[in-house]
Each structure stands twice: as structure tokens, then as C-alpha cells.
Design a protein around this ligand. Structure first.
Ligand SMILES: [Mg+2]
Length: 171
């Protein structure tokens, strides 16, 4: 059961994920979470850094789609100016939105990576449908009230992974 929460990789920031490395791994599509993965959960718009990151991915031929549990106003406000497709109210870790995102990308599963900041939604959901996962440290140390409960469980799972040596930080 615990292995369903185990990410393939663990990095400090989405900005540390480089297109060249993904391309080398055979990745052609990215499904990413929004809140506390790309920007703080309470920041409405993309930052310059994130816009540059999106551009670097697109320039490398990687497709991106955002899958968020947040509501349409939040997600469309963020995505529409960038022209990035999204699925909102995704109810991660349920599988449906992941299947939908995979269909949107039109790629085989082994060419897609899921990026997110939560074990209980992003990593668990992606693992359930058989995607590779990259866990990032949340952008903000605060969370939406709904996330706080999940974080308490997450801390216990992470502590177990670290004890077992299953998670090592990037250098
Ligand atoms: Mg998140």
C-alpha cells in the first residue's frame, strides 16, 4: 500500500525539472498540479519563472496539461492567459481526471510524467494509473484549509520513506 505513495523522483522545485532530462528519459508529455506545485495556492497568476519554465518545456517539444482539484475560476484564470489546457475539480486521487489528461495528451503512459506537491492526491492518483511521478516541495509553507489534514498524514508517510531510505533529496 505504502508504495502507491512513493514518487519516482523528488525535487525541491518544479524549476529544477529540466526539459533536456525529460526528453532523454523519453518523456513527451507533462501532467502537472497547480496549487503549491507551480505557484503558491493563493497566487492567482503565473510568475515570470513559471512562464519561462513552460516555454522551455514547449520549446523542447513537451506538451503540458494541468490537472487541479481547485475550481474553474481559479484554474482557468491561471491557465487561459498561458494557453495551457487544464482539467479542474479533478478529484485527485481518483483516476478519472488522470485518464482524461492522458487522452488529452494523446500519448502512451510511459511517455508522460505527473508533477505535484502532494502524496495523497498527485502521487497516489498518478501511481494508480501507472504514470511516473515527480514530487516537488510545496511552493508555500501554508496550505488551503482543505489540504492541512492531508499534510499531517503525508508527514508520517514521508518520515517512513526517509527511514527506509526510499526517498533521497536531489543534490
Ligand atoms: Mg498542490
Amino acid at each position: 500500500m505504502l508504495k502507491h505513495f512513493l514518487p519516482s523522483e523528488y525535487v525541491k522545485s518544479v524549476l529544477h525539472i529540466k526539459p533536456e532530462k525529460l526528453v532523454k528519459q523519453g518523456i513527451k508529455g507533462i501532467i502537472t498540479d497547480l496549487d503549491n506545485t507551480l505557484v503558491e495556492w493563493d497566487r492567482a497568476d503565473a510568475t515570470q519563472d513559471i512562464m519561462a519554465w513552460f516555454k522551455s518545456m514547449h520549446d523542447a517539444g513537451l506538451q503540458i496539461t494541468i490537472v487541479s482539484n481547485n475550481h474553474i475560476e481559479r484554474v482557468s484564470h491561471f491557465c487561459d492567459p498561458l494557453g495551457i489546457p487544464f482539467i479542474c475539480e479533478a478529484r485527485k486521487p481518483l483516476k478519472q481526471a488522470f485518464h482524461q489528461a492522458i487522452a488529452t495528451l494523446g500519448l502512451p503512459k510511459d511517455e508522460i510524467v505527473m508533477i505535484g506537491d502532494q502524496l495523497l492526491t498527485d502521487v497516489l492518483g498518478a501511481n494508480r494509473v501507472g504514470l511516473q511521478t515527480i514530487l516537488v516541495v510545496p511552493v508555500a509553507s501554508s496550505d488551503a484549509p482543505i489540504t492541512k489534514f492531508n499534510r499531517a498524514i503525508e508527514r508520517r508517510i514521508m518520515a517512513r520513506f526517509k527511514r527506509k531510505g526510499l526517498i533521497t533529496w536531489e543534490e
